[in-house]
Design a protein around this ligand. Sequence first.
Ligand code: HMG
Length: 436
Amino acid sequence: MQQSVSGFSKFSKAEKINWLISNYFNENSDAKSVLKSYWNSNEKLQQLHDEFIENTISNFYMPFGIAPNFLINGALYTLPMTIEESSVVAAASNAAKFWWSRGGFKTSVISTTKIGHVHFMFEGNSTILKSYFENIKPQLLESTKPLTKNMEKRGGGILDLKLVDCTKKMSHYFQLETTFETKDAMGANFINSCLEQIASTFETLTQNSNALKGYQPKIVMSILSNYVPECLVRAEVSCRVDELTLDGHFSGEEFAEKFMQAVRIAEVEPYRAVTHNKGIMNGVDAVVIATGNDFRAVEAGVHAYAAKDGHYASLSHASLDNGIFKFWMDIPLALGTVGGLTGLHPMVKLALEMLGKPSAPQLMEIVAVAGLAQNFAALRSLTTTGIQKGHMKMHLLNILNQIGANTTEKEQLVQHFKTNSVSHRAVVDALKNLRD
Ligand code: HMG
């Protein structure tokens, strides 16, 4: 059985690799050369990547694609997309092209505030705690001033601090709920530092006071929330219904009706809503990752928002009123365009530069559009040709690579599949025929 290892974090990179190889691979394995083949020959760049995380032994590439023709509030963008799944960039590009000639995407930032909590337990009288909290609130806020000074200069800072009684959810449970504006920063470090300061001041003040009649609040933890329903952006598209006509196969009305039924199903049926929203996240995550933002935080917050009405539902909605088809989505996105990886990762810097160095609210708009575009493309395929036709067309090269086709064979088979439908079996057979 594998032995545990002590002091591993102190090993050199070479020692870590040797440890891994000797414990998990046999001597003939090419694991070491695979790991090394992903090292960057530019040593400075490699060191930068090594230091992003801990115990780094190699890099893990993701493709960086671009999707042009995104008309957003009248300005044209090319979106950077980092994703491993075929057909996502094509779908985004396809939807962008479709809506480019129909007025493009419109967006609006609804709100930009974030929330964090000092979670604590208190067994005393809640009315006394409430009035005590109001008395010490100015001191709690004052203690964060060294931390909030620079953020305030940028127009952000702490917007509100309140005591929340959560004892109906859990005995003795209270929160100091703090609302923040973090401008162009995602703000996680800023928020957590402020919360820890508030917690520490709260602890000191309560320890030295008799006002709580001998009951001492006990801090459990201080942390921001990745649920950000007040950091919300709307993206939408609309056009006359007759402009939705698809390749002469569907009238605009037929397409709109089927499309709205598909959206409605995702609004009422969680099994469908999860897949529907996954399609949205194809676009959202790809731009979030390319711009160096925290996709786990975004994912967690978005899915919580999708369940805000008590059941998991579609994030997007569609309507047809007075001959106007409209498709829209409100999505919570806590993003940053300064701090974190944004100033460190060369590809992230490049991605932000190609977007015109957006502010955080502008990036929220762009990311929401990527999600809506992706959802539109997927629903359009699902309700017309079916998803597999386009998806497998894009997946063809992956299948060819997987089954070992060489460059000439790939070229010939890509031609062949321009007029034949793609499936794994069909590609294997076609390669076999070609070789025979
Ligand atoms: P098509 O109509 O066959 O494409 O669509 P086309 O060859 O006629 O080209 C039209 C445009 O599509 C191009 O314009 C590009 O914008 C784009 P052009 O550049 O020629 O002026 N496009 C491409 N862009 C880059 N590289 C390419 C490429 N090909 C076309 N190779 C397409 C083909 C795949 C776009 C379409 O069928 C589609 O949008 N399908 C949806 C695919 C999709 O949603 N994929 C996500 C993965 S599936 C999934 O995870 C989510 C899902 O489960 C969510 C849900 O259930 O809701 C489906």
